[in-house]
Ligand binder design. Sequence first.
Ligand code: SAH
Length: 283
Amino acid sequence: MNDINTDIQKFYDASSRLWEETWGEHMHHGYYGPDGTEKKDDYQAQVDLIEEFLKWGGVSNAEHILDSGCGIGGSSLYLAKKFNCRVAGITLSPFQVNRARERAANANLETQATFEVADAMKPPFDPGTFDLVWSLESGEHMPDKRQFLQTCFDMLSPGGTFLMATWCHRNQPPALTKSEDEQLKKLYDAYHLPYIISIEDYAQHAVDIGFTDIKTTDWSDAVAPFWQAVVRSVFQIKSISGLVQSGWSTIRGAMAMSLMIRGYRNGLIRFGLLQGKKLKDKG
Ligand code: SAH
């Protein structure tokens, strides 16, 4: 495994228990209405993000889903239940796989939803296996964005859909300034991101790869209030003792919340969505 993947694995091995205790099974932003003004329970906001994402992507059914970067299986189990379908979840973190399997067993979904430690850049499945490839806040960790999209494309069966929601930086031009580059660098260090790109760059990769029906959108406004909620959760006493037990990388991740708040405020950090399809075989 390369170094960045080892860092990502260690980060999620160390922090996932605390995250679940504080937040529950979803390790992603919440959706607070199109302009971010809806007041709601933060867990509900995370569920709403999944529902809005499906709606935006026009997905109302699936048979076999690849959850690429699955965390502890929050989306995997939600989708397995919703569509009564099979889901394969992959993550770099053995801790997350164990927890996802436990959660699947508790929900009686262990035959439908399976989990393994695997690299999303080289998934251990045959090409064409899945009719939906789902990547919710994992793309930002991938060391080669174009190759990641190519791999997701390869995993799709003809007619299948790729849905990705990921941390992006703003579109260019104008080119990123030195100060923006410095802000990004801090974020990369705190959250173990090799680099991020703009949603327009993702769309260009998708075109080059041969996806069809490509569409993108920017939900930064809808999700930005999430970070205020994360700040509030960190100041709960339970979280502080948990933080110390979870070690330095978790503490550093928690402290970097301010980078995200600032990034959304000044427009550098964007929450981008991409949908692409693989053409059906002709005849
Ligand atoms: N999608 C989940 C988890 C998001 S956290 C949710 O919304 O709850 C990011 C996840 O991406 C973690 O599970 C991490 O292990 C995974 N990840 C990052 N890089 C990966 C890679 N190269 N291969 C597989 N999983 C990866």
